[in-house]
Ligand binder design. Structure first.
Ligand code: PXG
Length: 466
């Protein structure tokens, strides 16, 4: 395949167009203008992205936590091309459906297992969460418990950017814009041992974090609570891996009070933690599962909301329409690509490989960072992880400055050295494609180490945060 080659003038012109006409997602538009536009990513292959200047950058973040099978999969392009020729579009509103949509629903249900047999399709993770939100409230009404309205989520959770999803999320800067959360949503503590309970016994902390849910349920009145929603591992919050026992206690509390359990698997799903879904790793059984990203490895937008049989049985018994759906729900081209993506994940055993090979390999490689004077913790599960940058070794104290001073500094050095990673405050997070090789994992870890070394003189000159 011949690749797009841009001259220096074309790059300059495109960056001018960026500032003149384009508003990128979750961005500071003044900063965008000051920087003279965005970095242009022009192509990608395997686990590597290339920018317009021709720099090769190891994609330590799988795009935005999504390109699980890696870039450059001709099979996925072919699946889209063939489906577009056969049937580029049809809807699921008119008692109609398309072939790949139904096959995909069955393949997802098979991987979820148990009673999670029914799938509602959407286009994005946010929409999958909105669907869950509306479906749950509708379900409780139909079930004859219309007072069950309240959703409980966690601070620092991320569930998307639409009004309901951002409300369910626990990101205070998002709430501040647009008067969120909407009514009927409450937040409890997150299970962030390193950040919020440094040095506490993990089992005790797990019990304390779960008890916070029970206390809130009792304060609201269990008869008013509809559902609890959580990411098995919080991604955008900073790759927060809960301590052992947390999830089983959360599930037990939901069951005790008859509250629905929603697992938001938008990041954890499709092999990220070494199982098809994160809830399988933690040994719980949600009633509803939201998924997106790795479902199509990001090649096309598609998401799904999986619903347990007991919920669907209630809706069927009652009859009447669930008045909800998107023009592109069950889009045949997106479904065909997702179907092929699942085939690749299965055929190449990428989920098993994450559990048995690359996940343990990256966990071992992180050992090399743990002794670094700036590293407070280096954690991972499967192929997702985070490195906490601290001002004083053996503590969780940060460098002073704006929230997240060290993280962005180290991240920028990583990118300059050819590694794309994210900084979430002072945590460097990684989430590479599941096809990443051992050599690439070594490069990922060693680049972060070199970036920490390079940043050290500037960082250690800063005061420690109060
Ligand atoms: N749930 C979870 C757990 C997510 O991570 C969404 C829902 C929403 O998906 P859509 O497709 O609507 O974006 C996400 C998305 C970040 C970042 O800063 C993370 C996401 C999206 C944008 C930025 O890490 N995750």
């Amino acid at each position: 395949m011949s690749h797009l080659k841009l001259s220096a003038q074309e790059v300059t012109e495109l960056r001018r167009l960026d500032v003149a006409h384009h508003l990128p997602a979750q961005s500071d538009y003044r900063l965008q203008a000051e920087l003279g536009g965005s970095r242009l990513i022009t192509r990608a292959d395997g686990s590597t992205i290339y920018d317009a200047e021709g720099n090769a950058i190891l994609d330590g973040h799988a795009g935005l936590w999504c390109v699980n099978v890696g870039y450059g999969r001709e099979e996925l392009a072919r699946a889209a091309y063939e489906q577009m020729q056969e049937l580029p579009y049809y809807n699921t509103f008119f008692k109609t459906a398309s072939v790949p949509t139904l096959r995909l629903a069955a393949e997802i249900a098979a991987r979820l297992g148990g009673s999670l047999a029914h799938v509602f399709f959407n286009n994005s993770g946010s929409e999958a969460v909105d669907t869950a939100f509306r479906l749950v409230r509708h379900y409780w009404t139909v079930k004859g418990q219309p007072k069950r309205r309240v959703f409980i989520s966690r601070w620092n959770a991320y569930h998307g950017s639409t009004v309901a999803a951002a409300s369910l999320g626990g990101m205070k800067p998002m709430h501040q814009q647009g008067d969120l959360p909407i009514p009927g949503i409450e937040h409890v503590m997150q299970p962030y041992l390193f950040g919020d309970a440094f040095g506490e016994d993990p089992a005790g902390f797990a019990a304390r974090a779960a008890a916070a849910l029970e206390e809130r349920i009792l304060a609201i009145g269990p008869e008013n609570v509809a559902a609890f929603i959580g990411e098995p591992v919080q991604g955008a919050g900073g790759v927060i891996i809960p301590p052992p026992g947390y999830w089983t206690q959360i599930e037990a509390i939901c069951r005790k009070y008859g509250i629905l359990l929603i697992c938001d698997e938008v990041i954890c799903g499709f092999g990220r933690l070494g199982r098809w879904f994160g809830f399988q790793h933690f040994g719980v059984r949600p009633d509803i599962v939201t998924m997106a990203k790795g479902l199509s490895s990001g090649y096309l937008p598609i998401s799904a909301t999986a619903v347990a049989a007991h919920i669907v049985a209630t809706l069927r018994d009652a009859g009447g329409e669930f008045v909800h759906g998107y023009t592109y729900s069950g889009h045949p081209v997106c479904a065909a690509v997702a179907l092929k993506n699942l085939e690749i994940l299965s055929r190449e055993r990428l989920v098993e490989r994450t559990a048995e090979d690359t996940g343990p390999y990256i966990a071992k490689a992180l050992e090399r960072l743990r002794s670094h004077p700036l590293v407070g913790e280096a954690r991972s599960l499967g192929l997702i992880g985070g490195i906490e940058i601290v001002a004083r070794k053996g503590t969780n104290q940060r460098f002073a400055g704006k929230e997240g001073t060290a993280g962005p500094m180290v991240r920028d050095i990583c990118i300059r050295r050819g590694l794309m990673v994210r900084a979430i405050r002072d945590t460097i997070v990684f989430c590479p494609p599941l096809i990443i090789t051992h050599a690439e994992i070594d490069r990922l870890v060693d680049t972060i180490k070199a970036a920490l070394d390079e940043a050290a003189p500037a960082l250690t000159a800063l005061p420690v945060a109060a």
